[in-house]
Design a protein around this ligand. Structure first.
Ligand code: GRF
Length: 208
């Protein structure tokens, strides 16, 4: 995996930790950031992973980023709090090989402040989504979602924290499914092998 991150990098850490497990079929080999001081870069350095910073104002920013990813033999690009909209040239270059995590049950609440949007909308269930990246903002084909209840006293912080614990679970899980060939994206459609679906359970929120 090559990971693109702009901030604290807790999802990056979840991917790094998963990759250290001998049974996990992928590992983070490269972390790139558009922010020089992103804590994600420090996490990567601490883990002995190659890092790179590219200045978005530089000419050919996305071309250089793509070259770096290709030169490093990355199979899957994981956006983990990368705060930029990837342009078509980049998305097409790695078509079907870029994924993102978003803190809502897409297609609800795309874009920034997804947790606040969920609170403002008064939903009782929200969550997080891992999806393939297309040219839109958080619009790509959905791979995996976790549903998380919204509790009566939640504010943006408490809800974000609850969702984040599930982000850290489903991001490595999505990577595992892709790396094992249980899921793939063909012509914008996500296809699963049957074995990826265990017995399904729903839940009611609030529970009475
Ligand atoms: C996460 O909530 C992720 O879903 C969103 O940005 C946040 C990044 O957090 N895209 P972190 O940098 O992984 O801690």
């Amino acid at each position: 995996m090559g990971v693109l991150a702009s901030g604290r990098g807790s999802n990056l850490q979840a991917l790094i930790d998963a990759g250290r497990n001998a049974n996990f079929p992928a590992e983070v080999v490269l972390v790139l950031s558009d922010k020089k001081n992103a804590y994600a870069l420090e996490r990567a350095s601490l883990a002995g992973i190659r890092t790179g910073h590219l200045a978005p104002k530089e000419e050919g920013f996305y071309r250089k980023m793509g070259d770096e990813i290709e030169n490093y033999g990355v199979d899957l690009v994981c956006c983990a709090g990368f705060m930029r909209i990837l342009p078509p040239e980049f998305v097409n270059r790695f078509s079907g090989r870029i994924i993102n995590i978003h803190p809502s049950l897409l297609p609800s609440f795309p874009g920034l402040h997804a947790q606040k949007k969920a609170l403002d909308a008064g939903v009782r269930v929200t969550g997080c989504t891992v999806h393939f990246v297309d040219e839109g903002v958080d619009t790509g084909p959905i791979i995996l979602q976790a549903a998380v209840p919204v509790l009566p006293d939640d504010d943006e912080k408490t809800l974000s924290e609850r969702i984040l614990t599930y982000e850290h679970r489903i991001y490595p899980l999505a990577v595992r499914l892709i790396a094992e060939g249980s899921v793939r994206c063909i012509d914008g459609v996500v296809q699963y092998t049957e074995s990826a679906f265990p017995e399904s359970k729903g839940f009611i929120s609030p529970v009475s």
